[in-house]
Each structure stands twice: as structure tokens, then as C-alpha cells.
Design a protein around this ligand. Structure first.
Ligand code: NAD
Length: 433
């Protein structure tokens, strides 16, 4: 039983464990559940490769700044490493390790021929001009050099990186290959702009997948999304698209939090209105006229049916899980709920659709983009959406059925399926030499 410490009727916030401890605890509990082979537990508990690069970039004022970038390759038993690049002040080697591990479980669960990797640069991109960000990205790509590659390690967008960032990476990578290899290597990254090797629909794929898992959950409980209320933390790529599709299905957005502030309106916040407002307001929702400001720490206590954390890791913890009113949490972000926070929620009967299932639409669409590039094809939006929906449904049903059959929560069930697939590959192939 988790108890919350109160002093003078105020909650005492507990110091939080790091994300690596969190992902390893989740992994070990599933490994115990499936009685994972001890050698494979050892292999999966560590990362294969960790790369730290320091590189200089000329700023607009002519001065040179040094940046630190990371790429962690956790495991490639099932195929090339796959995972995003994040530009954020919280990026460090530990965060990259944890996020790379989550990618291994996610790609395995989705049945993709990929392993897991993650990386990024420890910067606040809002402090740099577009041309500085371009030079930072290109120089980072150059520094990573052969540590990434279309059949080796394939980055994608994550927090504060987007299709433009991917286009710069692809261009730099291809420009530094020998002439005969240049055009054959555009699938070194996915999430590129449609028109430069990108996939129609990749922009919305993660948020659409988040929406689908919520819809599947409602359908499996014979309920409709009509007039259901939701709150979303993070109104970027994932949060916006998830909200967009939920609203289309008749649900109502009643609260939003981003890096700048939190707002609520129990009567509803129009998704496109907020999107247009944030676009015109440097990405911030501050002073959006059709809502009231809320204190940051009160955000998760807003009344709603669905809570969607779609920003950073370690957001729902033992310090605030008891505040959550929603009976359903759909993890758009990677690692938004820590182990202690999850215990509180599960004790209270809250369902969590875990990140490695909920936000897997992004990497599934990335796989489609990679196939499209590799085969020299161009896929249409309808085809992408249709294929994505089928794959998400398959994963959702497998996880739900497994959870029911074994009496587990959805996260442990998802981990069990993901880890068992990697175990099987190791057992079939053995360990070199
Ligand atoms: P993004 O950069 O497009 O948007 C991030 C949003 O989070 C922004 O609205 C930002 O203001 C907000 N934010 C940042 N710090 C915050 C804080 N401390 N509190 C509240 N809000 C904060 O990023 P994204 O691509 O939407 O990624 C969001 C999450 O989804 C990340 O955890 C990422 O790893 C995960 N994810 C993304 C994808 C993808 O395809 N982009 C795929 C799978 C998972």
C-alpha cells in the first residue's frame, strides 16, 4: 500500500527515481512474470552502445558554441536500432538510456523488425535561430557519422524535433556518403517531410495511434467516446493530433498543459482554435482567451474521463497520482508514469494504456516510411491509415487478451509479449561466438 506523506495538510513531494530505474523495474517485473532466461535478462538490462559527441557550431553572432549530443543503442536482436532524437535541456545519457530501452520493447511489441535506440542534444531550442538549429543538427549528424545508418540505426522526430530536422539529417548524411550510396540512404531517418522521402500521414501517426487505443478501450467496454472529456499534457505533435481525432469522435477537451502553462474550460476547448492560437503565439497556450489558467500542480486533478500525458517522462508519480480523477490514462509520452505512481493508480482501479502500446503508431508509421524508401514506392494516406489501424488493433487486442488471461495490468502484459519475442530470437540464434 502506497501512502502519501502530509505535513500541515500539505503533500510532501518525494524525491523521484530516474527514468532508467523506472524502465528497469518495469522490465524486471515482466521478466519475473515470464520467467525470462537469466542470460537474456542480463543482456537486456544493459545497453549495447552509448555514444556521446561534443561538437562545435558557429552561432549567428560569429562565436563558436560547443554542444553535447547523445545516441544510445539499447538492443538490436530483432533488427536495426530505431528511435527518436530529442532536443531538450533534460536530455542526458541516462534519459537516452531509458528512452532507448522503451523503444526496444515498443518495436518488439509492434512486431517490427527493429531494435531500440534514442538520443538527442541537451539544448533549449527556443534559444536558437532556425539557421543555428540547422547548423547544430547538421554538425550533430556529421559527429554521429557511421554510428547511424539506414540499415543500422534510424533516428526519427521526438520532443522539439520535426520533419524539418529529419530533412536536414537526411541531407547531411546523404551528402557525406560516397556518390553511389547517396540517394540509396534517405531512409537513414524517418519522419521526413512528405515530398523529401517522407510518408503521407507520418505527422499524425502517433497521435492517431493514441486516439485509436483509447477508442479500442472504449469499444471493448461497450462505451462510446461521445461527450467524454479529456485533458492533455503537451500540445505538440502527439498531444495535438490525439486531441484532434478525439474531438472528431465527439469527445471534449477540457484541459491542456504545455511547457508554458495550464488552462481549463469544463465547457470545452476547441482543438483547432487552440492549435491556431499556439502557432501564432510561439508554441505557447498562455492567455488563450477561451479558457482559464490553472496552477501547474493542479492540472492532473482536473475532472475528466481520459487523461493523456503527451509531454515528458516522470510526470505522473507518487507525488500526484492520487489527484488524478480520470479512470483511464493513455500514455502518449514515453515513460510519463513512474512505477510508484502506477502502483497508486492501479490500487485505485485506474486503467493505464502503456506508452509502448499507446504511442506505437509513430514507430509503426516510421516503419512504413522506411519500407516505402527501401522499395522506391510512394504510399497514399488512406493506405497508411488503414495499415496503421490494423496493426494498432492487433497489438491492442493481444495486450488486452494477455492481460485478462494472466490477470495482469496492461503494461506488464505488453512487456511480457515484447520481451518474450526478443527472448525467442536469442534462443533461436544463440550467443556469438
Ligand atoms: P513536441 O515537441 O511536438 O511537443 C511537446 C509538447 O510538450 C509541447 O507542447 C511542449 O510545450 C510540451 N511540454 C514540454 N515540456 C513540458 C512540461 N514540463 N510540462 C508540460 N508540457 C510540456 O513533442 P512530441 O513529438 O509531441 O512528443 C511528446 C511525447 O511523445 C514525448 O514523450 C515523445 O517521446 C513521445 N513520442 C513522440 C512520438 C512522435 O512521433 N513525435 C512518438 C512516440 C512517442
Amino acid at each position: 500500500m502506497i501512502t502519501v506523506k502530509k505535513v500541515n495538510n500539505k503533500i510532501q513531494k518525494q524525491p523521484l527515481k530516474g527514468m532508467v530505474d523506472n524502465v528497469l523495474e518495469q522490465f524486471n517485473s515482466a521478466a519475473d512474470q515470464i520467467n525470462l532466461h537469466p542470460s537474456i535478462r542480463k543482456i537486456l538490462s544493459i545497453t549495447n552502445t552509448e555514444i556521446i559527441v561534443n561538437f562545435p557550431v558557429k552561432m549567428d553572432n560569429g562565436e563558436v558554441e560547443i554542444f553535447q549530443g547523445y545516441r544510445v543503442q539499447h538492443n538490436n536482436a530483432l533488427g536495426p536500432y530505431k528511435g527518436g532524437l530529442r532536443y531538450h535541456p533534460t536530455v542526458d545519457i541516462d534519459a537516452a538510456r531509458a528512452l532507448a530501452m522503451w523503444m526496444t520493447w515498443k518495436t518488439s511489441l509492434a512486431g517490427l523488425p527493429y531494435g531500440g535506440g534514442k538520443g538527442g542534444i541537451q539544448i533549449d531550442p527556443s534559444k536558437y535561430s532556425k539557421s543555428e538549429l540547422e547548423r547544430i543538427t547538421r554538425r550533430f549528424t556529421f559527429a554521429l557519422a557511421d554510428n547511424i545508418g539506414s540499415e543500422h540505426d534510424i533516428p526519427a522526430p521526438d520532443v522539439n524535433t520535426n520533419a524539418q530536422t529529419m530533412a536536414w539529417i537526411a541531407d547531411t548524411y546523404m551528402s557525406t556518403r560516397p556518390p553511389a550510396e547517396r540517394t540509396a540512404n534517405q531512409h537513414v531517418v524517418t519522419g521526413k517531410p512528405a515530398g523529401s522521402g517522407g510518408l503521407e500521414g507520418r505527422d499524425r501517426a502517433t497521435g492517431y495511434g493514441v486516439f485509436l487505443t483509447i477508442k479500442f478501450w472504449y469499444e471493448s467496454h461497450n462505451k462510446s467516446l461521445k461527450n467524454k472529456t479529456f485533458i492533455v499534457q503537451g500540445f505538440g505533435n502527439v498531444g495535438y493530433w490525439a486531441a484532434h481525432f478525439l474531438e472528431q469522435e465527439g469527445a471534449k477537451m477540457v484541459g491542456v498543459q504545455d511547457a508554458y502553462g495550464s488552462i481549463q474550460n469544463p465547457k470545452g476547448i476547441k482543438v483547432e482554435d487552440l492549435f491556431n492560437y499556439t502557432k501564432a503565439n510561439k508554441g505557447s497556450l498562455i492567455d488563450f482567451p477561451e479558457a482559464h489558467q490553472v496552477e501547474k500542480d493542479d492540472f492532473f486533478s482536473l475532472e475528466c474521463d481520459i487523461c493523456i500525458p503527451a509531454a515528458l517522462g516522470n510526470q505522473i508519480t507518487e507525488n500526484n497520482a492520487y489527484l488524478i480523477k480520470a479512470p483511464l490514462i493513455a500514455e502518449g509520452a514515453n515513460g510519463p508514469t513512474n512505477v510508484e505512481g502506477e502502483k497508486v493508480l492501479l490500487q485505485r482501479g485506474v486503467t493505464i494504456i502503456p506508452d509502448i502500446l499507446c504511442n506505437s503508431g509513430g514507430v509503426i508509421a516510421s516503419y512504413f516510411e522506411w519500407l516505402q524508401n527501401r522499395n522506391g514506392e510512394l504510399w497514399q494516406m488512406e493506405e497508411v491509415i488503414d495499415k496503421l489501424e490494423k496493426k494498432m488493433k492487433h497489438s491492442f487486442v493481444r495486450v488486452s487478451d494477455y492481460a485478462k488471461k494472466e490477470g495482469l495490468d496492461m503494461r506488464t502484459a505488453a512487456y511480457c509479449i515484447a520481451i518474450a519475442r526478443i527472448e525467442k530470437a536469442y534462443i533461436q540464434r544463440g550467443i556469438f561466438p
